[in-house]
Structure formats: C-alpha cells, structure tokens
Design a protein around this ligand. Structure first.
Ligand SMILES: Cc1cc2nc3c(=O)[nH]c(=O)nc-3n(C[C@H](O)[C@H](O)[C@H](O)COP(=O)(O)OP(=O)(O)OC[C@H]3O[C@@H](n4cnc5c(N)ncnc54)[C@H](O)[C@@H]3O)c2cc1C
Length: 494
C-alpha cells in the first residue's frame, strides 16, 4: 500500500540525486548547470562509490558515422537482444561529446599508452573484448583522464568531478541512505525518504529524482538470487547493496539485466571486506578447480567474464567445483610483480600488496610448498589428482601443445618447486541490474511507461545485458548521467 505523501519535508530542492559516484556527480553537475538546485544523498561517509576505486577507463567511438554505427552493432550484439537499439545508439553517439565535455570541466580525456599491462593474466586488451563479434574492431578507443602518474586514473576523474560539484556549491549529504521514493496520488515521484544517524529524514524534489546508487555487489541475497556463480565476492564499494532496487520496485519500476555482471577473478583476504583482483604477472601459473584439476586455457578467459567460467555446477557432487579455484604459480611468477594491481579496488587505499608477494606469503594468504605432496596437503586436494594435473601441464609445456585446453605454446611455462598457490573466487567489479531505463534516462514500469519524474544513470540498471565490453560502464555513467541531469532539470517545478 502506498504511504501517505508527507505534508512537510526536512529539506527541499529541485533535483535529488541518490548516490554520489561518477553517474551521480555528472547528473548533479548537469542538472545544476541547467538551472536546477540539486541535493546529492550519499550513504557512505566517503563518497565516490565504485567509481572512485575503478580502473577509470571509458570507451569512446572513433569520430565517424561508420564507427558509431559499427560500434553500436557490436554492443547491441553483446546485449543478446536485451537492450533496445536506440538506448545503445544514444549511448554511443553521445559518448562522442565526452572529450569536449571533460575539457569544459577542466580535464583531458586521452588514449593512454599504458592501457595494456603486457604479460599479465587475465589479459588486458586495447580493442574489443569479443573480437569475433562484428563491429568492435577499429571502431572505438579506451580513454582515461590525463594527469599525475602517481594518481590512479579513476581518482583523477573523481577529483575532477567532485571538484566541479564543490565549485558549484552543490549540496552533498553524506552518511545519508535513501530508503524510499515518495510519490503523490498520481504516482509521480516527488521526493525521497532517507536515514541519517538512525533518524528518518525526507527531501522534497520539486522537479525530479535521479537514481545513481550503483549495483548490488555487496548484497549476498540479491547475488544469490540472480547471479549464476556462487559465492561471488566483490572488489569495489561495500556501500553498493542494491538499495535502489527495493526503492524502484516500491514505485512500480521494471527491473532488467539482473544476471549479468562484470566479474574478474580475485582473492578474499579474511582481514578485508572487499576482495583483491588477482592478475598473474607472468605466464608460469595455472588455475585448477577446488579438487586440483585444470579446467580452462587460463590465458584465454575474457577479463570481465569469470562468472561464465566459474558458474559450472556439478549436479552429481552438488557443488560449484571451480569455486574456489586455486591459482598455482611458480617462483618466476612470484618474483615478476605483485599479484594485484595496487591502483584500483576498494582495498587500494587500505593495503599495498608487496612487489614480490613475500608479505602475502608471510600473512598466510599465499601458500608455499616444496613438493607436489606438500602442496596437495596444503590445498587439501588428492595428491594423485594434483600430481596428474601438474604432470600433464608440464608435459604440455615441454611439447608446446596443450591438448587439454589449447593454451598457446608461448604461454606454457612449467611449474616446478617451490610452488605457490592461493584460493580464487569470481569477484564482481559491478553488477549491471537495476531499474529499466530508456534512452532519455527515464525509469520505466513493466508496461514500458515512464514513472513520472524518475531518472537513472550508471550501473544501477545499466544497458549491458549479456556480455560486457570492458570500460563501457564508465561511459554509461558519463553519458546517461548527463542525459538524466538534463531531463531531470527540465521538468517544471511543482
Ligand atoms: C575495481 C574496479 C575497477 C573497475 N574498472 C572499470 C573501468 O576501468 N571502466 C569501466 O567502465 N568500469 C569499471 N568498473 C565499473 C565502474 O567503476 C562502475 O560501474 C561505475 O563506476 C559505477 O558508477 P555509478 O556512479 O553508477 O556507481 P558508484 O560509483 O558505485 O556510486 C554509487 C553510489 O551510491 C551510493 N549508494 C548506494 N546506496 C545508496 C543509498 N541507499 N542512498 C544513498 N547512496 C547510496 C554508494 O555508496 C555509492 O557511493 C570498475 C569497478 C571496480 C570495482
């Protein structure tokens, strides 16, 4: 039953933006510049969400109508028919204006030389994540904000956007968790109820509400219900608990894209809330399942699609045998660099992984063994199974032919003692699900009708409906943040 619309509010503004990551910042800046008074509600003490700790890369099509058309074809194909073409087309077309828009804010989006971290696995690629799908090759580039090399790209973009929010004196209420959308008798969204310091507060929105409150990376129940690989760890903002989904459902919004995620492989240290993304800095490594059996060409998995690889379920044993997996590696790989990038992820500001991984061995995160028997004992797997796995893998290294999984000869490096291993989980960077939106960033009901005065942007209900092209979530934050901000401000004040 609909709750009564309050007669008085604690705060009043034109546009309420829920969630202060990139999408919220962009929506707020745009709405402000279109003449609206804006209040941002942010649940956490530290704003920035996943955005602030991301890789900071975005995709932008090349500057021709053909490139826009082909890149759109490619992205539509990746969505497997779940996203109307006009939504993707809007996103791609409007992305062309992002370089200029950032320049107007005082930043420079550029194509970084060092986007690919050569020799690391999973591989980072400059071009399309799915080259066999037509339209991706040569039609777009990955950009990030130019700046001090010591400052991670995501933080540069966050600093630029948050500085622009501050310069405009946009009202930001932190530690304020939106809980409910307030509607009038006609179903029009007219405000937000939130909680701060255990107290309920209400904010009236004279024009509109924009939902930019991120995904459900840290909501075990929603992940259990919707995402096929279980359990799924997360690497980003612990505050992304899918609150927007409950709020949007409360006003009759349709949901979409609840199953797809952008998921890497990671390590959950017991001392930390978020997991570390794991990138092996050299070829001398394999993944095995929890029983010590290899299951894939380790160098061939698309960086963001580990749910698909790890979701395999064994109905006889009634288990996900690949969760956790083991990452087993050799001395050369251990010495080649830290297993995680210290430039992104929520743990970036909390822990610096050691360059030779020795501190993590000392902490007991990485296990070390001098023989296969000892390794098997430490991993609690059958020594015969592990011995067979490593023998087959080493034989493939010697012959240059991986008959099991087709890993390419130049990446086949033998595993000899000492052995190192750590448990690996599918680790979500971000979920894609949330309220369905159209090309005008309006939130839709199940009949496809817009819910009056409700907009959304960013990963809360993103356009990405099946496979995920890396670096397109941030593009969506920037493009749909602008569209949502413009349209939210354009509503007549009530
Ligand atoms: C480690 C990592 C690397 C990544 N790298 C890239 C990359 O290079 N390129 C790319 O395109 N994508 C990348 N992503 C994904 C991308 O960062 C996110 O999808 C994007 O930044 C989401 O932005 P957003 O503004 O929609 O949400 P967020 O930035 O997550 O912001 C949402 C905000 O809403 C707040 N919030 C939640 N609930 C409430 C509530 N009830 N009330 C008020 N506030 C609330 C949250 O605390 C949060 O601050 C990466 C993600 C991670 C974690």
């Amino acid at each position: 039953m609909r709750k009564q619309t309050p007669s008085t509010y604690d705060l009043e503004t034109d546009v309420v933006v829920i969630g202060y990551g990139y999408a919220g910042a962009v929506a707020a800046i745009t709405a402000h510049d279109a003449g609206a008074e804006v209040t941002i509600l942010e649940k956490m003490a530290q704003p920035g969400g996943n955005s602030r700790v991301s890789g900071g890369n975005c995709v932008i099509p090349r500057d021709s109508d053909e490139a826009v058309e082909s890149f759109t074809d490619y992205l539509v194909e990746l969505c497997f028919g779940t996203t109307p073409r006009d939504v993707v087309e809007t996103l791609v077309r409007e992305a062309r204006g992002l370089v200029k828009w950032c320049a107007d804010l005082g930043g420079e989006l550029h194509i970084p030389e060092q986007l690919i971290v050569a020799g690391t696995y999973p591989r980072t690629v400059k071009g399309p994540g799915f080259p066999k799908v037509p339209g991706g090759q040569g039609t777009f580039d990955k950009y990030c904000l130019r700046g001090d090399a010591e400052v991670p790209p995501s933080l540069r973009l966050w600093n630029l956007l948050s500085a622009n929010v501050a310069e405009r004196s946009i009202d930001v209420q932190v530690r304020t968790a939106a809980q409910e959308l307030i509607t009038d008798d006609s179903g029009t969204v007219v405000g937000v109820a939130a909680e701060r310091d255990g107290r309920r507060m209400t904010v009236r929105a004279r024009r509109s509400v924009v939902m930019t409150c991120g995904g459900f990376e840290n909501n075990p129940r929603l992940k259990q219900d919707h995402v096929p690989a279980k359990p799924l760890r997360f690497a980003g903002n612990p505050g992304n608990t899918g609150d927007g989904i409950t709020m949007a459902q409360g006003v009759g919004a349709d949901l979409w894209h609840m199953a797809p995620t952008s998921t890497i492989i990671g390590f959950q240290a017991p001392e930390f809330e978020a997991a570390f993304g794991i990138f092996f800095p050299s070829d001398g490594f394999v993944y095995t399942d929890r029983h010590g059996r290899r299951y894939v060409d380790e160098t061939g998995v698309e960086l963001h699609e580990f749910t698909r690889v790890c979701a395999h379920f064994d109905t006889e044993e009634v288990e996900f045998p690949r969760i956790p997996s083991w990452g087993i590696f050799n001395e050369q790989t251990r010495l080649a660099g830290p297993l995680t990038w210290n430039t992104s992820g929520y743990n970036r500001d909390l822990y610096r992984w050691s360059p030779d991984n020795s501190a993590e061995i000392d902490r007991g995160w990485i296990l070390r063994a001098d023989s296969v028997e000892e390794l098997a004992e430490r991993l609690e797997v059958s020594p015969e199974v592990l011995e067979a796995t490593l023998s087959r893998y080493n034989a493939a290294c010697e012959s240059g032919v991986d008959t099991e999984f087709g890993r390419s000869a130049e990446t086949l490096k033998p595993l000899e003692p000492p052995y190192y291993a750590l448990p690996l989980h599918p680790t979500v960077l971000n979920t894609q699900g949330g309220a369905r939106r159209d090309r005008e960033a309006r939130v839709l009901d199940p009949q496809g009708e817009p819910i009056p005065r409700l907009y959304s942007a960013g990963e809360f209900g993103s356009a990405w409906g099946f496979l995920y092209q890396g670096a397109s979530n941030i593009t969506e934050c920037l493009v749909f943040g602008r569209i949502a901000g413009t349209n939210a401000a354009a509503q007549a004040a009530s």
